[in-house]
Design a protein around this ligand. Structure first.
Ligand SMILES: Cc1ncc(COP(=O)(O)O)c(C=O)c1O
Length: 291
Protein backbone atom coordinates (compact mmCIF):
# COMPACT_ATOMS: atom_id res chain seq x y z
CA UNK A 1 0.00 0.00 0.00
CA UNK A 2 1.38 3.43 -0.93
CA UNK A 3 1.84 6.13 1.71
CA UNK A 4 -1.09 8.07 0.29
CA UNK A 5 -3.40 5.01 0.26
CA UNK A 6 -2.40 4.18 3.81
CA UNK A 7 -3.09 7.77 4.87
CA UNK A 8 -6.55 7.77 3.17
CA UNK A 9 -7.57 4.46 4.72
CA UNK A 10 -6.53 5.70 8.21
CA UNK A 11 -8.46 8.93 7.62
CA UNK A 12 -11.55 6.95 6.58
CA UNK A 13 -11.24 4.75 9.67
CA UNK A 14 -10.94 7.83 11.87
CA UNK A 15 -13.95 9.50 10.20
CA UNK A 16 -16.09 6.37 10.78
CA UNK A 17 -14.98 6.23 14.42
CA UNK A 18 -15.78 9.93 14.85
CA UNK A 19 -19.20 9.61 13.18
CA UNK A 20 -20.14 6.64 15.36
CA UNK A 21 -18.98 8.54 18.44
CA UNK A 22 -21.07 11.59 17.52
CA UNK A 23 -24.18 9.53 16.88
CA UNK A 24 -23.73 7.77 20.19
CA UNK A 25 -23.35 11.06 22.06
CA UNK A 26 -26.51 12.54 20.50
CA UNK A 27 -28.63 9.52 21.49
CA UNK A 28 -28.45 9.24 25.25
CA UNK A 29 -28.25 5.65 26.39
CA UNK A 30 -28.73 6.35 30.12
CA UNK A 31 -32.26 6.36 31.53
CA UNK A 32 -31.97 8.67 34.57
CA UNK A 33 -29.90 11.60 35.81
CA UNK A 34 -28.48 9.32 38.51
CA UNK A 35 -27.13 6.93 35.87
CA UNK A 36 -25.72 9.82 33.79
CA UNK A 37 -23.88 11.23 36.80
CA UNK A 38 -22.42 7.82 37.68
CA UNK A 39 -21.29 7.21 34.10
CA UNK A 40 -19.86 10.71 33.66
CA UNK A 41 -17.94 10.48 36.95
CA UNK A 42 -16.40 7.20 35.90
CA UNK A 43 -14.85 8.50 32.69
CA UNK A 44 -14.37 12.26 33.28
CA UNK A 45 -11.52 13.94 35.14
CA UNK A 46 -12.79 15.35 38.42
CA UNK A 47 -11.50 18.89 37.94
CA UNK A 48 -14.99 20.18 38.87
CA UNK A 49 -17.54 19.10 41.45
CA UNK A 50 -20.89 19.83 39.74
CA UNK A 51 -24.29 19.94 41.51
CA UNK A 52 -26.32 16.77 41.10
CA UNK A 53 -28.62 18.14 38.38
CA UNK A 54 -28.41 16.93 34.77
CA UNK A 55 -29.68 19.49 32.28
CA UNK A 56 -30.96 18.62 28.85
CA UNK A 57 -32.62 21.80 27.54
CA UNK A 58 -32.42 25.57 27.92
CA UNK A 59 -34.44 28.52 26.65
CA UNK A 60 -33.90 32.14 27.71
CA UNK A 61 -33.59 32.19 31.50
CA UNK A 62 -35.01 28.67 31.94
CA UNK A 63 -33.44 25.22 31.96
CA UNK A 64 -34.94 21.74 32.20
CA UNK A 65 -33.35 18.63 33.65
CA UNK A 66 -33.59 15.17 32.08
CA UNK A 67 -36.58 14.34 34.28
CA UNK A 68 -38.40 17.43 32.90
CA UNK A 69 -38.09 19.66 36.00
CA UNK A 70 -37.87 23.37 35.15
CA UNK A 71 -35.29 25.72 36.71
CA UNK A 72 -34.51 29.44 36.66
CA UNK A 73 -30.89 29.81 35.55
CA UNK A 74 -29.11 32.04 38.05
CA UNK A 75 -25.70 30.69 37.00
CA UNK A 76 -25.80 31.85 33.36
CA UNK A 77 -23.02 29.49 32.35
CA UNK A 78 -20.71 31.48 34.68
CA UNK A 79 -21.23 34.68 32.66
CA UNK A 80 -21.19 32.91 29.32
CA UNK A 81 -24.94 33.13 28.71
CA UNK A 82 -25.61 36.85 29.18
CA UNK A 83 -28.07 36.57 26.27
CA UNK A 84 -29.82 33.50 27.74
CA UNK A 85 -30.00 29.93 26.50
CA UNK A 86 -30.38 29.23 22.77
CA UNK A 87 -31.05 32.83 21.73
CA UNK A 88 -32.61 32.38 18.24
CA UNK A 89 -30.58 35.23 16.65
CA UNK A 90 -27.31 33.73 17.89
CA UNK A 91 -28.22 30.15 17.03
CA UNK A 92 -29.38 31.16 13.53
CA UNK A 93 -26.22 33.19 12.86
CA UNK A 94 -24.11 30.28 14.10
CA UNK A 95 -25.91 27.61 12.04
CA UNK A 96 -25.91 29.82 8.90
CA UNK A 97 -22.16 30.23 9.24
CA UNK A 98 -21.57 26.54 10.01
CA UNK A 99 -23.44 25.63 6.84
CA UNK A 100 -21.23 27.95 4.77
CA UNK A 101 -17.70 27.73 6.17
CA UNK A 102 -16.65 26.72 9.66
CA UNK A 103 -12.88 26.94 9.67
CA UNK A 104 -10.13 28.55 7.65
CA UNK A 105 -7.19 28.91 10.12
CA UNK A 106 -5.62 32.31 10.58
CA UNK A 107 -3.27 31.49 7.71
CA UNK A 108 -6.02 32.45 5.23
CA UNK A 109 -8.39 35.40 5.25
CA UNK A 110 -12.01 34.85 6.22
CA UNK A 111 -14.82 36.87 4.66
CA UNK A 112 -16.33 38.03 7.97
CA UNK A 113 -13.52 38.35 10.52
CA UNK A 114 -12.85 41.95 9.52
CA UNK A 115 -16.48 42.85 10.28
CA UNK A 116 -16.35 41.30 13.75
CA UNK A 117 -13.12 43.09 14.63
CA UNK A 118 -14.28 46.39 13.14
CA UNK A 119 -17.39 46.14 15.30
CA UNK A 120 -15.38 45.39 18.45
CA UNK A 121 -12.78 48.12 17.93
CA UNK A 122 -15.50 50.70 17.22
CA UNK A 123 -17.66 49.59 20.12
CA UNK A 124 -14.85 49.70 22.70
CA UNK A 125 -12.71 52.43 21.13
CA UNK A 126 -9.52 50.42 20.57
CA UNK A 127 -7.52 49.66 17.43
CA UNK A 128 -6.72 45.94 17.31
CA UNK A 129 -8.30 42.64 18.34
CA UNK A 130 -6.44 39.39 18.95
CA UNK A 131 -8.93 36.56 18.38
CA UNK A 132 -8.41 33.73 20.85
CA UNK A 133 -10.49 30.87 22.21
CA UNK A 134 -10.15 30.71 25.97
CA UNK A 135 -9.94 33.31 28.70
CA UNK A 136 -6.63 32.03 29.90
CA UNK A 137 -5.20 32.42 26.38
CA UNK A 138 -6.53 35.98 26.44
CA UNK A 139 -4.61 36.58 29.69
CA UNK A 140 -1.41 34.89 28.52
CA UNK A 141 -1.46 36.70 25.17
CA UNK A 142 -2.01 40.02 26.92
CA UNK A 143 1.00 39.36 29.11
CA UNK A 144 3.07 38.48 26.03
CA UNK A 145 1.98 41.69 24.32
CA UNK A 146 2.72 43.74 27.44
CA UNK A 147 6.14 42.12 27.88
CA UNK A 148 7.11 42.71 24.27
CA UNK A 149 6.03 46.34 24.67
CA UNK A 150 8.10 46.48 27.86
CA UNK A 151 11.24 45.27 26.11
CA UNK A 152 10.80 47.18 22.85
CA UNK A 153 9.30 50.45 23.99
CA UNK A 154 10.05 50.84 27.68
CA UNK A 155 13.50 49.24 27.27
CA UNK A 156 13.16 46.92 30.28
CA UNK A 157 16.22 44.69 30.70
CA UNK A 158 15.94 41.35 28.88
CA UNK A 159 13.77 38.84 30.82
CA UNK A 160 13.24 41.25 33.72
CA UNK A 161 9.58 42.19 33.04
CA UNK A 162 7.26 41.91 36.06
CA UNK A 163 3.52 41.25 36.08
CA UNK A 164 1.73 42.63 39.12
CA UNK A 165 -1.40 40.68 40.12
CA UNK A 166 -3.85 41.29 42.91
CA UNK A 167 -4.40 38.88 45.81
CA UNK A 168 -7.43 36.64 45.10
CA UNK A 169 -7.02 36.92 41.33
CA UNK A 170 -8.28 34.18 39.03
CA UNK A 171 -7.61 34.18 35.33
CA UNK A 172 -7.50 30.51 34.39
CA UNK A 173 -5.89 27.17 35.06
CA UNK A 174 -2.75 26.97 32.95
CA UNK A 175 0.68 26.89 34.59
CA UNK A 176 1.17 30.61 33.79
CA UNK A 177 -2.18 31.54 35.35
CA UNK A 178 -1.83 29.45 38.50
CA UNK A 179 1.67 30.86 38.99
CA UNK A 180 -0.07 34.17 39.77
CA UNK A 181 -2.71 32.54 41.99
CA UNK A 182 -2.97 32.98 45.75
CA UNK A 183 -5.41 30.07 46.13
CA UNK A 184 -3.61 26.88 47.26
CA UNK A 185 -6.29 24.67 45.65
CA UNK A 186 -5.22 26.15 42.29
CA UNK A 187 -1.49 25.58 42.67
CA UNK A 188 -0.91 22.89 45.27
CA UNK A 189 1.06 19.99 43.71
CA UNK A 190 1.37 21.67 40.28
CA UNK A 191 4.74 23.40 40.59
CA UNK A 192 7.33 24.45 39.56
CA UNK A 193 5.84 27.78 38.53
CA UNK A 194 6.44 30.60 36.09
CA UNK A 195 8.54 33.43 37.56
CA UNK A 196 8.00 37.15 36.99
CA UNK A 197 4.87 37.80 39.06
CA UNK A 198 4.39 40.11 42.01
CA UNK A 199 1.29 39.71 44.18
CA UNK A 200 -0.21 42.78 45.83
CA UNK A 201 -3.39 43.41 47.88
CA UNK A 202 -6.61 43.97 46.00
CA UNK A 203 -8.39 47.32 46.33
CA UNK A 204 -5.21 48.93 47.58
CA UNK A 205 -3.73 51.64 45.45
CA UNK A 206 -0.09 50.89 45.92
CA UNK A 207 -0.45 48.30 43.20
CA UNK A 208 -2.21 46.48 40.31
CA UNK A 209 -3.35 44.27 37.39
CA UNK A 210 -6.37 42.03 36.72
CA UNK A 211 -10.09 41.94 37.21
CA UNK A 212 -11.81 45.28 37.93
CA UNK A 213 -14.02 43.33 40.29
CA UNK A 214 -13.07 39.84 41.39
CA UNK A 215 -15.39 36.93 40.62
CA UNK A 216 -13.80 33.63 41.62
CA UNK A 217 -12.68 35.26 44.89
CA UNK A 218 -16.38 35.81 45.71
CA UNK A 219 -17.76 38.82 43.76
CA UNK A 220 -15.47 41.38 45.39
CA UNK A 221 -16.24 44.95 44.32
CA UNK A 222 -13.53 47.60 44.78
CA UNK A 223 -13.99 50.95 46.52
CA UNK A 224 -15.06 53.74 44.17
CA UNK A 225 -11.92 55.51 42.96
CA UNK A 226 -9.76 52.38 42.84
CA UNK A 227 -9.93 51.94 39.06
CA UNK A 228 -9.29 55.64 38.46
CA UNK A 229 -6.34 55.39 40.81
CA UNK A 230 -5.02 52.33 38.95
CA UNK A 231 -5.21 54.25 35.66
CA UNK A 232 -3.37 57.21 37.15
CA UNK A 233 -0.67 55.06 38.75
CA UNK A 234 -0.08 53.05 35.56
CA UNK A 235 0.12 56.23 33.47
CA UNK A 236 2.47 57.89 35.96
CA UNK A 237 4.89 54.92 36.02
CA UNK A 238 4.49 53.99 32.34
CA UNK A 239 3.06 50.57 33.20
CA UNK A 240 0.51 48.80 30.98
CA UNK A 241 -2.85 48.06 32.57
CA UNK A 242 -4.45 44.76 31.47
CA UNK A 243 -8.13 44.78 32.40
CA UNK A 244 -9.63 41.28 32.58
CA UNK A 245 -13.41 41.66 32.06
CA UNK A 246 -13.88 38.06 30.94
CA UNK A 247 -16.41 36.87 33.47
CA UNK A 248 -18.51 38.81 35.97
CA UNK A 249 -17.31 42.27 35.01
CA UNK A 250 -17.73 42.74 31.24
CA UNK A 251 -20.49 42.86 28.65
CA UNK A 252 -23.27 44.17 30.81
CA UNK A 253 -22.79 41.96 33.87
CA UNK A 254 -22.58 44.94 36.23
CA UNK A 255 -25.21 47.06 34.52
CA UNK A 256 -22.74 48.95 32.34
CA UNK A 257 -21.04 47.52 29.25
CA UNK A 258 -17.70 47.37 31.11
CA UNK A 259 -16.96 47.58 34.83
CA UNK A 260 -14.31 50.26 34.13
CA UNK A 261 -17.13 52.44 32.70
CA UNK A 262 -18.20 53.12 36.31
CA UNK A 263 -15.10 55.28 36.69
CA UNK A 264 -14.77 56.32 33.03
CA UNK A 265 -11.27 54.95 32.65
CA UNK A 266 -9.62 53.18 29.74
CA UNK A 267 -7.21 50.28 30.31
CA UNK A 268 -4.34 49.69 27.86
CA UNK A 269 -5.49 46.15 27.10
CA UNK A 270 -9.04 44.97 27.64
CA UNK A 271 -9.81 41.23 27.67
CA UNK A 272 -13.39 40.33 26.80
CA UNK A 273 -14.80 36.88 27.07
CA UNK A 274 -17.31 34.29 27.32
CA UNK A 275 -20.61 36.06 26.52
CA UNK A 276 -19.11 37.53 23.31
CA UNK A 277 -20.55 34.56 21.42
CA UNK A 278 -23.52 33.89 23.70
CA UNK A 279 -21.77 30.71 24.75
CA UNK A 280 -22.08 28.94 21.41
CA UNK A 281 -18.45 29.26 20.42
CA UNK A 282 -15.34 29.89 22.55
CA UNK A 283 -14.28 33.50 21.97
CA UNK A 284 -12.04 35.45 24.37
CA UNK A 285 -10.30 38.47 22.97
CA UNK A 286 -7.67 40.93 24.08
CA UNK A 287 -8.45 44.30 22.53
CA UNK A 288 -5.83 47.03 22.48
CA UNK A 289 -4.41 50.27 21.14
CA UNK A 290 -1.51 49.96 18.75
CA UNK A 291 0.37 52.76 20.46
C1 LIG B 1 -11.78 36.76 35.33
C2 LIG B 1 -11.43 35.52 34.56
N1 LIG B 1 -10.46 35.59 33.63
C3 LIG B 1 -10.10 34.51 32.91
C4 LIG B 1 -10.72 33.28 33.09
C5 LIG B 1 -10.27 32.08 32.29
O1 LIG B 1 -11.16 31.76 31.28
P1 LIG B 1 -11.12 30.29 30.60
O2 LIG B 1 -11.78 29.37 31.56
O3 LIG B 1 -11.93 30.48 29.33
O4 LIG B 1 -9.72 29.96 30.32
C6 LIG B 1 -11.74 33.16 34.03
C7 LIG B 1 -12.40 31.85 34.17
O5 LIG B 1 -13.35 31.63 34.86
C8 LIG B 1 -12.09 34.30 34.80
O6 LIG B 1 -13.02 34.22 35.76
Amino acid sequence: MSGLQNYSSQLLKYTRLFNNGCVASLRSTATSSFEMIQRERKVSANNYDPSSVVLSRGEGIFMWDVEGKKYYDFVGGLATLNQGHCHPKIINAMTDQLNKLHHTTRAIFHDSLYELNEFLTEQFDYEKVLNMNTGVEGGESSIKIARKWGYRVKKIKHNQAEVVSAHGNFWGQTIAAISASTDPTSWNEFGPFVPGYQIVSYDDLKQFIGEPLQDEAGAVVPTLGYLKGVRELCTKHNVLWIDDEIIQAGLGRTGKMLAVDYENVKPDLLILGKALSGGVYPMEYPIMSTS
